[in-house]
Design a protein. Structure first.
Length: 923
């Protein structure tokens, strides 16, 4: 009966009893019914018997033992590279196990570990095999560097199978192939589903055997059965079409440092020499400093090696074997990379050689397949490695000497994608999906730079020039809409290309340096901008002469730079040279000439020569309107500059008219968030503050600040200017905590970007002095004022309005301290300067007159005090109107004077007037 047949594999008395009972009548006519009943009851029994209990029966034990013997093959590490150090990668190991673990019902699973050579794919596969050798019945490690090696590995693996004669080997290629096929058939046997095969270094794959050099189809060596686990390591991204993709990325910073310390032996020994017992304070400080510096060098080297395990192990091995310190190795790496790699050995765990060798196989294969892509790789290494895109490389076509291979690669976006596809396929390039750009590992970048220098067929100087021109010619003008985003994206590339050597006969290179100067200048990096301008100027003067218009363009931009550096005399010298040259070459009405005229107006304004500045601005404005129209950017820039000048001269109505015209033009042409628009909004804030419209001023400043921070960043000079202005506004509103926060932020930013003696730094020091005075910090106040005064006198002269402002502020301080003689001296000097520079009725002049009134009142000179207050009040009412806070301050001072004289009626009228004014102005 069917149930009785089970006894052969599972001898069980209960099953025997079921069979006997069902057949107890021994009636042949009932035989079919009897068999069905016995089978049904036996099935019910089997369903409730635990599997573990079945396994303990002698027959089941024997059956399982036979299955284990037939398919169990222990892990053999003979042909497996040795792992001396392994760190991290736990997530990758877990993900591999989750995918490759044997499952019921069985099905074939193929995982592809792919990534850059030296990224640790083989080491990761070895660790996975070791961790899970007891979870698979058999683990086979097969070398796939070429087809012959793979056949040999399969042939040798056959010897390890149960029942095979040890030592039997193939004697010719035919036998090797036969034995390999036998091995694959064994893997396909029914019931043999829990094995793991690792195909290592499948870097010569071709889906069409022999179509590409030594390539072969790895799929040919997959067992035909739908079971088992296959793990492939490869540099070829294209292999992911065969199974599940498991990209192997660089190590994180923590594990990079751990691997570096382990492979160098530094984790087992001190990296610094400890001081003797009971050291002095100085010795202990030196020891701590040594520790800090060593750790800084470790971080620097880890960052330079970019989490690439091969590079880390090579570095560690070299340091361990030669006794080289971290600091020394970092210096060698920076200065003698090629020679250092020649002497470096990666150890037994990296069998494909050191960094000079490991990528050469891939590079030579790329040269065979796509020669243009191989050349492209060496060019891409000239850029910053983190963000490379088509338009950046395509911009190199502006060179006067474009190589044919580049013309082909950048002829279209599709051609470029085809070129980089080959590089991505060999894991020498990676994609950045979020930006549509590409990255190169920093160590691969170093390798490419030195390969190019050793390649007789590749001109390294030409590659440098192409990269320089690519970056320079992509720099957008600051007059373009949304220019800042692209400029900030180009800054890392500019930093990378600007120091490289170029030949002196390519005009495009000098033009690129000029554009890099514009880039750095627009981004507030003045030191770098000056370096680029000077380099471009030297090149153009030599190639084109000192009077060529391209040379003069750089001279003008150097003037702009010196102006931003507060080197006003040098700026004026540059502008005058450019103006003479432009007028001679292009005529007085040319836009280039007018641009310099406008710039001279800026210098005269900064120097306090306000009438001369207005003359320049009016000339430039008339010329621009005639040549370019009323709404051109150059016209609007001059209109904005006139607004600044009129505000400085106290012509507030005219200033507002200019600002509103400029703002409307900028918003229409450039949008609401362009820096030119924001600059005018900031200027309108200054004007509103000057007019006593403090609420409107704050709104303007906040709008400008938010725009600047988004477009230019928190540390840009334009951002800092608005931060400083907000500090002044909060000071006027008595929000002293907020004011100090703004001033300190601006002061720190200016010192870092411009230095301690720049006028912007000094302006903020002066403002901090005023703030400290209100806070009662009189010592700090005088220090700030004196610091600002010394800087202004040196940089701007005694008659400059910034110098005069600080003299007035020192007068206020001395007055509060009761140093009346010193206060009078400061006020008199400031008043004489203001009257000469700004006139009798300028608000700054009136402010000092009002302060002199306070001084006279302190001195008991009440008649003179009243005269001063009345003069200041009349001037304020005319210049600023009845509702301005400065007007009401003068009114309030006059009221205090009347009160002190016992003129209570007059004092009451004045106080009521002052109170109404304050409420209207401040709310």
């Amino acid at each position: 009966m069917e149930a009785a047949g089970l006894m052969n594999d599972f001898p069980c008395l209960v099953i025997r009893g079921i069979c006997d009972y069902a057949d107890s009548h021994k009636n042949k006519e009932w035989q079919g019914y009897t068999a069905a009943v016995a089978a049904a009851y036996t099935k019910e029994l089997v369903l409730v018997v635990p599997i573990d209990q079945i396994k303990t029966t002698p027959t089941a034990r024997d059956t399982l033992a036979d299955s284990v013997y037939r398919f169990n093959v222990p892990l053999d590490l003979t042909a497996v590279p040795v792992i001396e150090n392994f760190v991290g990668r736990q997530d990758e190991l877990d993900n591999l196990w989750q995918y490759l673990q044997p499952a019921d019902p069985p099905s074939r699973k193929v995982a592809i570990l792919h990534g850059l050579g030296g990224m640790g794919k083989t080491q990761l596969a070895i660790r996975f095999a070791r961790d899970h050798r007891d979870d698979f019945t058999a683990v086979f490690w097969l070398s796939g560097k070429d087809r012959d090696a793979l056949l040999q590995s399969l042939s040798f693996a056959l010897n390890r199978l149960p029942g095979q004669r040890s030592g039997s080997e193939a004697i010719n290629n035919g036998e090797v192939e036969q034995r390999a096929r036998r091995m694959l058939r064994w893997l396909a046997l029914d019931g043999n589903s829990r094995w793991l095969i690792i195909f290592d270094n499948i870097d010569q794959h071709s889906p069409f055997n022999g179509a590409i050099s030594d390539g072969y189809d790895i799929g040919e060596f997959f067992p035909i059965a739908d079971h088992g686990s296959i793990l492939i390591t490869s540099r070829l991204r294209g292999l992911t079409e065969l199974g599940e993709s498991f990209p192997v990325h660089k190590l994180d910073s923590y594990n990079t440092i751990q691997l570096l310390l382990q492979s160098s032996g530094l984790s087992a020994r001190n990296t610094t020499s400890k001081p003797e017992s009971n050291p002095g304070i100085m010795a202990l400080d030196e020891y701590m400093l040594q520790i800090v510096l060593t750790y800084v060098d470790i971080l620097a080297l880890a960052n330079r090696l970019g989490g690439l395990p091969l590079a880390i192990v090579v570095a560690g091995s070299f340091m361990r074997e030669t006794g080289t310190s971290i600091t020394e190795y970092l210096e060698y790496y920076r200065k003698s990379w090629y020679e250092l790699q020649l002497q470096s050995k990666p150890g037994r765990q990296y069998q494909q050689g050191n960094m000079l060798q490991t990528w050469m196989v891939s590079y030579l294969e790329i040269q065979k397949r796509e020669p243009n892509a191989a050349d492209l790789l060496l060019l891409l290494a000239r850029f910053d490695n983190r963000d490379i895109w088509y338009e950046l490389v395509e911009s190199g076509r502006h060179s006067s000497n474009v190589p044919g291979w580049l013309e082909g690669v950048v002829s279209s976006g599709l051609a470029f994608k085809n070129g980089v596809k080959t590089l991505i396929g060999f894991s020498l390039l990676e994609t950045r999906q979020q930006k549509g750009s590409y990255t190169i590992h920093p160590v691969v970048q170093d390798w490419c730079l030195h390969i190019a220098s050793k390649n007789k067929n590749m001109n390294s100087m030409q590659l440098n020039e192409l990269a320089l021109i690519s970056v320079g010619y992509l720099v957008p003008s600051a007059s373009e809409k949304d220019y800042s985003e692209l400029q900030q994206r180009l800054i890392p590339h500019a930093n990378h290309v600007r120091h490289r050597d170029v030949s002196g006969d390519n005009i495009a290179s000098w033009a690129a340096f000029h554009r890099l100067g514009d880039l750095y200048s627009d981004q507030g990096k003045l030191k770098e901008a000056e370096e680029m301008y000077q380099r471009a100027l030297a090149g153009f003067e030599k190639a084109l002469g000192p009077d060529h218009t391209s040379t003069l363009d750089i001279v003008n931009n150097l003037g702009n730079l010196h102006k931003d550096q507060s080197k006003l005399n040098k700026a004026e010298e540059m502008y005058q040279r450019a103006l003479v040259g432009y007028e001679k070459a292009l005529g007085p009405g040319h836009t280039s000439t007018l641009r310099v005229v406008n710039n001279l107006g800026v210098i005269y304004k900064e120097k306090g020569k306000l009438n001369a500045a207005e003359e320049m601005y009016q000339r430039a404005l008339a010329g621009y309107e005639k040549a370019l129209g009323q709404n051109h950017m150059s016209t609007l820039d001059t209109v904005n500059n006139l607004g600044v000048l009129y505000r400085k001269k106290g012509k507030l109505h005219e200033a507002q008219e200019m600002y509103q015209r400029a703002l409307a033009g900028y918003e229409k042409a450039l949008g609401l968030h362009h820096p030119s628009t924001l600059r005018t909004i900031n200027n309108l804030g200054l004007l509103c503050e000057y007019q006593g419209k403090l609420k409107e001023a704050e709104g303007m400043y906040q709008r400008a600040l938010a725009g600047y921070e988004k477009a230019l960043g928190p540390d840009h000079l334009s951002t800092l200017n608005t931060v400083n202005n907000l500090g002044g506004l909060y000071y006027d509103q008595d929000k002293l905590t907020e004011a100090e926060e703004m001033y300190q932020r601006a002061f720190a930013g200016y010192k870092k970007a411009l230095g301690p003696d720049h006028t912007s730094t000094l302006d903020t020091a002066n403002n901090l002095g005023s703030l400290h005075k209100v806070q009662g910090k009189l010592k700090e106040t005088e220090e700030m004022y004196q610091r600002a005064l010394a800087g202004y006198k040196k940089g701007l002269g005694l008659g400059h309005t910034s110098t005069l402002d600080t003299l007035n502020n020192l007068g206020n301080l001395y007055l509060d301290q009761g140093k009346l003689y010193e206060a009078q001296e400061m006020y008199q000097r400031a008043l004489a300067g203001y009257e000469k520079a700004l006139g009798l009725h300028h608000p700054s002049t009136l402010r000092t007159i009002n302060n002199l009134g306070l001084l006279c009142e302190y001195q008991g000179k009440l008649k003179e005090a009243e005269e001063m207050y009345q003069r200041a009040l009349a001037g304020y009412e005319k210049a600023l109107g009845l509702g301005h806070t400065s007007t009401f301050n003068a009114v309030n001072n006059l009221g205090n004077l009347y009160k002190g004289q016992g003129k209570l009626k007059e004092a009451g009228e004045v106080y009521q007037r002052a109170l109404a004014g304050y409420e209207k102005a401040l709310g």
